[in-house]
Design a protein around this ligand. Sequence first.
Ligand code: PLP
Length: 374
Amino acid sequence: RPWNFSAGPSALPLEVLQHAAAEMTDWHGSGMSVMEMSHRGKQFTQIYEEALADLRELLQVPEEFDVLFMQGGASAQNAIVPLNLIGRRDARKADYVLAGIWSNKSHKEAQRYGDIAVAASSGAQADVDGRTQAPWTWFPKPADWSVRADASYLHICSNETIGGVEFPDWPDMKSLGAPEVPLVVDVSSHFLSRSIDFSKVGMVYAGAQKNAGPAGVTMVIVRKELIGHALPICPSAFDYANVSAAGSMFNTPPTYAMYMAGLVFKWLKKQGGIASMEAANIAKARALYDYLDGSSFYVSTVHPSYRSRMNVPFFLKDESLNAAFLEGADAADLRQLRGHKSVGGMRASIYNALPLEAVQALISYMQDFERRHG
Ligand code: PLP
């Protein structure tokens, strides 16, 4: 198959697709497709329980966290998070770090539910480590975040899929002078690509359609003590307390997407788990960024300390060659490299399912294109 560099929904491991195809019409002799099963029946219960246990094992999720499978994507969480958490404290405050389009969307949606402030923003040109950085090409340093000690939570998006900006090391809220404020992280586009230090977080959430499976299921990993504070206006199906009490079966869950995510979790375990995946992702990203940095034909505009391992936007110095680049890439079986419309240029998303070989194929096409047009 061609290599698929889509930012999401993105490539899934071929092995997972083939496995699902082989049992599409008859799961384990049940005579049913997974999408035809009752979510409360014994077959689907087994699928769900295995997926849950595998996800917990992969990420080493501590006991004090609940793992919920929800619907509505990460965008719905932009409302569901404040609906569930902002009422924890009487002031109904929440603070947001802005580092790109996704965190901006989260911040905008939250404003409907309380007193929302910006803790820090990379939305202006700034000098970062002695380099002049364009807006949204870097991440504000925690030392510069201003978090209100009585906020109900602090929200960040740790990998900005569109800008290609990744936040490498989450702060301990004590060091920000706000020990009572839980950190809430949108990890959608680097979920399962690296380990998570749960001692630093109150909650993480991710839409599945990058590293975890097809669109339709949203993973929420939340400290149990944060559950149970939903505002009265919170829809029942989105109240973490209801979803948790019902074992993610408050209503019919996205059963097929959960099954597929479960197959991805098993594939990840077979690859050696998150540590192996992380090492592979470091090698892939290094190969691509090293090539970009060594080239005078292409350029990466993101500050080196905040470059995403998953989403690599890059530009041709001569942008009049963009169409030819994409056409040639397609012919070379390298798909979906066009950059997001708000950024332009190109973007290679190199999620877990893409091996180093795919990145090498991209680099070799880029070298060849440069030879012909440089
Ligand atoms: N947050 C991030 C970091 C994303 O990359 C995306 C989608 O690409 C979203 C949120 C929105 O996700 P969804 O489309 O599942 O609502």
